[in-house]
Design a protein around this ligand. Structure first.
Ligand code: PMP
Length: 288
C-alpha cells in the first residue's frame, strides 16, 4: 500500500508520524472519509471544501492548496491501482511539544490513505440494521462545532461502545436538548406517511451523503422536512435509514428493541438506496 505523507508517496512501512504529533497527543487535527466508485472519486470538491473549512475553524492552515490536495489524493489511488476505494485524508496540527499550544507546532502533517472497502454493513442492506439510542449525548455545538470533522472522535467511539454492549449495529445520538442528532458515523432520517424527516444540521455533521439523499428525494418527488426529531418520531416511524460515506444509505429495521415498520427495509428507503447508487455510478472526478 502506498500512502501520501507530507509531499511524498511512501510504502505503508515508511508512513510514520511522530509521537509528538498533536493529532495523536490531542486529537488536534481534521479528516475526511471519501469514496471512489468505478474509477471516479465521489463529490471530491465537497469533501475537500469541508476538510479545509474544518481546518480553518480550528485555525490551522493546510500547507498545500486544494488543487494540490486533490491531485495528491488522486495520485494515491493511481499508485495503488484503486478504482473502488475508501479514502482517508488527514491533516494534523503536526509535531509540537507536550503542551497544548498549537503555536508550538510549526507545520501540519498531511497523510492520505486509500484502501478497498466494500459495503460497510454487508448483508444488512437487505436485512436492515439494528440501532440503539445511546445515553452518551453528542458533543454539543457550543463545545465543538459538529461540522469540524476533527480527529477527536472519542464521543462517537463512546456511543459505539455503548451500542456494542447493547447489541446494536449503529448508535443513535441525542443532543443535549433531547433531540435526535445523528448516528455515530452517519446522518439519520425517518419516513412517516411517505414524507422524509431529518434533523437540522445543528447538532450533527452536515453529511455529503445526507445532501445526496436530499437531492435524490427531491428528484423522486418525495417530500422532505428538516425538523427536530425525538423518541416519538423514531418509535412511530414507518422507515428509518442512515446515510454516510462509509455506510452509504443503510436501512434500520429495529431500534431500541422495537421493530420499524414491518421489519424490512421500506419502499422509500429502497428508492433512496437505488437513487444513491445511480448517482454514484454516473458522477465523480476521474482517477485515471
Ligand atoms: N456524522 C458523522 C458523525 C460522521 O462521522 C459522518 C461520516 N463522515 C457522517 C455524519 C456522514 O457524513 P458524510 O455523508 O459526509 O460521510
Amino acid at each position: 500500500m502506498i500512502i501520501y505523507l507530507d509531499g511524498a508517496f511512501v510504502p505503508e512501512s515508511e508512513a510514520k508520524v511522530s509521537v509528538f504529533d498533536h493529532g495523536l497527543l490531542y486529537g488536534d487535527g481534521v479528516f475526511e472519509g471519501i469514496r471512489a466508485y468505478d474509477g471516479r472519486v465521489f463529490r471530491l470538491d465537497e469533501h475537500i471544501d469541508r476538510l479545509y473549512d474544518s481546518a480553518k475553524t480550528i485555525d490551522m492552515k493546510v500547507p498545500i492548496t486544494k488543487e494540490e490536495f486533490k491531485e495528491a489524493l488522486l495520485e494515491v489511488l493511481r499508485r495503488n491501482n484503486l478504482k473502488d476505494a475508501y479514502i482517508r485524508p488527514v491533516v494534523t496540527r503536526g509535531k509540537g511539544d507536550l503542551g497544548l499550544d498549537p503555536r508550538k507546532c510549526p507545520k501540519p502533517t498531511i497523510f492520505i490513505i486509500a484502501t478497498s472497502w466494500g459495503a460497510m454493513y454487508g448483508d444488512l442492506y437487505e436485512k436492515g440494521l439494528t440501532a440503539v439510542s445511546v445515553s452518551v449525548r453528542r458533543n454539543p455545538a457550543e463545545a465543538l462545532p459538529p461540522n469540524v470533522k476533527s480527529l477527536n472522535y472519542l464521543n462517537n467511539i463512546l456511543a459505539k461502545i455503548e451500542a456494542n454492549y447493547k447489541g446494536g449495529d449503529e448508535a443513535i445520538f441525542f443532543d443535549t436538548h433531547g433531540y435526535v442528532a445523528e448516528g455515530s458515523g452517519d446522518n439519520i432520517f425517518v419516513v412517516k406517511d411517505g414524507v422524509i424527516a431529518t434533523p437540522h444540521t445543528l447538532n450533527n455533521l452536515r453529511g455529503v451523503t445526507r445532501k445526496v439523499a436530499l437531492e435524490v428525494a427531491a428528484s423522486l418527488g418525495i417530500g422532505v422536512e428538516e425538523r427536530n426529531l425525538g423518541y416519538f418520531d423514531l418509535y412511530t416511524a414507518d422507515e428509518i435509514f442512515v446515510t454516510g460515506t462509509a455506510a452509504e444509505v443503510a436501512p434500520i429495521t429495529k431500534i431500541d428493541g422495537r421493530i420499524v415498520g414491518d421489519g424490512h427495509p421500506g419502499p422509500v428507503t429502497r428508492q433512496l438506496m437505488a437513487g444513491f447508487s445511480a448517482v454514484t455510478a454516473k458522477e465523480g472526478t476521474p482517477i485515471f
